[in-house]
Design a protein. Structure first.
Length: 330
């Protein structure tokens, strides 16, 4: 996957903030997990569609001479259409799961957007304490979202370039030599009348090998491109300064590798997610840099309740303090 932080020259902040409800905080502490949810089942999926549209527009305007002329451009457009119609919306081959963080602490739009009725907590995480462990387990990337249209085009261009490189990578010589040698040996033993059939079978098998190679490359490329699209957001959301932990999921089976699908119920559907362990074997307890308690009718009591809860669970937090936002919703 293209790392947007590398392309844009952004360094991972020392602290990132995760806004959630009181129930969310309780679950994170008790389970020592954070959830990465299938993006197709989030409100953010409309933003994922925005990313796909950016990629589609880029492909439509990409210089045709760089992708094999008009035929190459048409083939790439068809391929991308198949991905967006089949894979991105059905999860047939690429499930993209995300967890959201922000560079900003104590922001009104975040309280409203991610906490029920603006009530909840803003948890300060040090990415260095969990990201390496999670990325080793999941092939995930912690990356900033991209809001500027010029930057989005740059990111997509690099992703498309990698796609084209993958599709254009020639077959390994050993693969073609193996097929060729086997049929050359057969040629020595068959009659003249049988040689045409042998040649036809050779060409068919070689064609199948090439098609399989393209399918494998396009699958990897689709997943990589979808991961990039999950990071492209409309510029009107730039205030969020969002970072996403993007987790590619390569199976719909209950368990795959070190990961496992879970489902939570809402009023209208079941939402798939993957719990990501926040602790590695070297860590003895969960650590938070800070917890900010959002707007509340009794913030002092809310703070004391959280401090008591963390003590009971053996969780260390540098500070628990109230929000400074003068917002009331009670």
């Amino acid at each position: 996957m293209i790392a947007t932080d590398e392309v844009l020259g952004k360094k991972t902040p020392e602290v990132l903030y995760h806004y959630t409800s009181f129930a969310g905080l309780k679950g994170i502490v008790e389970q020592q997990h954070i959830w990465a949810t299938d993006i197709r089942f989030l409100n953010d999926f409309r933003e994922f569609k925005h990313g796909l549209e950016v990629a589609k527009t880029f492909i439509a305007t990409y210089p045709k001479e760089k992708i094999g002329g008009a035929e190459g451009a048409e083939a790439l457009t068809t391929l991308f259409s198949n991905w967006t119609l089949n894979d991105a919306f059905t999860g047939k081959s690429a499930q993209i799961c995300v967890t959201s963080f922000s560079e900003n602490e104590d922001v009104l739009s975040q309280w409203r957007g991610y906490c029920p009725n603006g009530r909840g907590v803003c948890i300060g995480f040090r990415p260095s304490t969990f990201n390496r462990h999670i990325s080793n387990k999941t092939m995930s990337t912690l990356t900033p979202c991209v809001y500027d249209s010029a930057d989005q085009r740059l990111i997509v261009e690099k992703a498309i370039s990698r796609l084209l490189d993958a599709l254009g990578t020639p077959l390994h010589k050993n693969q073609t030599d193996g097929i060729l040698n086997s049929y050359l040996e057969e040629f020595k033993t068959v009659t003249d009348d049988e040689r045409k059939n042998t040649a036809d079978r050779f060409l068919t098998n070689l064609q199948n090998l090439i098609v399989n190679r393209i399918n494998e490359a396009s699958l990897v490329s689709a997943q990589s491109l979808f991961q990039v699209c999950a990071l492209l957001k409309d510029n009107s959301f730039a205030e969020e300064k969002e970072w996403r932990l993007v987790v590619p999921a390569f199976s719909t089976r209950k368990k795959f590798g070190d990961l496992e699908w879970h489902f939570r119920a809402t009023n209208s559907m079941l939402i798939p997610y993957i719990p990501l362990t926040l602790l590695d074997f070297a860590s003895s307890c969960l650590n938070f840099e800070s917890i900010i308690v959002g707007p509340s009718p009794d913030r002092d009591l809310a703070i004391r309740s959280i401090e008591r809860f963390l003590t009971a669970e053996g969780v260390y937090c540098n500070e628990v303090r109230p929000s400074e936002i003068p917002y009331k919703n009670w």
